[in-house]
Design a binder for this molecule. Structure first.
Ligand SMILES: Cc1cc2nc3c(=O)[nH]c(=O)nc-3n(C[C@H](O)[C@H](O)[C@H](O)COP(=O)(O)O)c2cc1C
Length: 201
């Protein structure tokens, strides 16, 4: 199985989550690519903010995905920071370019999971994750959530939802990913890879 972890991250939190999700994919014995989406912010905004500049430098080697590539994967996992309770425009812009994939039904029956990061505890994690699913449902994808057999969903004092992994990054957005958040990230990667294998058998 070949799984894509597709993410956008401005200040690095979702990037760190993407790496944890990818670890989970590998635990399931599947191959994984981590890719990002095109940036839409002007270069001077990035250069003018130290936190953004450093986070972008850390991601400099991450390949940028082309929309058509989604069809090549057995499963896709989508990560985004929350923007006003919704996905970031960079990620939305990417999915807005998947019209031909949608017309051709190229993503039908592919398993998909999603994860996000917010600054505040109740700042819209669930709304973001569920809103992301609307796009995936239009594509005919098979939504993979997190079952409550995962004990960390009950014990987390920060992020982690049945709709997908999440992280509370704080303000400024520098809070470390908690142990429970990390376990839930890895669990999503493993689960999407396992569901992909089941769907392919
Ligand atoms: C324009 C904008 C809108 C945001 N909206 C929300 C929000 O609705 N709720 C929230 O808790 N955090 C919000 N945030 C904070 C980010 O979601 C948060 O810092 C996230 O962890 C950043 O992820 P990153 O480090 O991967 O970029 C917003 C940030 C920006 C710049």
């Amino acid at each position: 199985m070949k799984i894509l972890v597709l993410y956008y991250s401005m200040t690095g939190n979702v990037y760190r989550m993407a790496q944890l999700v990818a670890e989970g994919v590998r635990e399931a014995g599947a191959d994984v690519d981590i890719k990002t989406v095109p940036e839409l912010m002007p270069e001077e905004v990035i250069e003018g903010d130290e936190a953004i500049r450093k986070a972008k430098q850390a991601q400099a080697g991450v390949p940028v995905a082309e929309p058509e590539e989604l069809a090549d994967y057995d499963g896709i996992i989508v990560g985004t920071p929350t923007r006003f309770g919704n996905m970031a425009s960079q990620m939305s812009n990417f999915w807005d370019q998947t019209g031909s994939l949608w017309m051709e039904g190229k993503l039908i029956d592919k398993p998909v999971g999603t994860f996000c990061s917010t600054a505040s505890m109740h700042g819209g994690q669930e709304t973001t994750l569920v809103a992301n699913m609307l796009t995936f449902i239009h594509h005919g994808m098979v939504i993979v959530g997190m079952p409550y057999s995962l004990q960390e969903l009950l014990t987390t004092q920060a992020g982690g939802t049945p709709y997908g992994p999440s992280h509370v990054s704080g303000y400024p957005p520098t809070a470390p990913i908690t142990d429970e958040e990390a376990v839930i990230c890895r669990a999503l990667g493993k689960r999407v890879a396992e569901v992909a294998a089941k769907l392919a058998s």
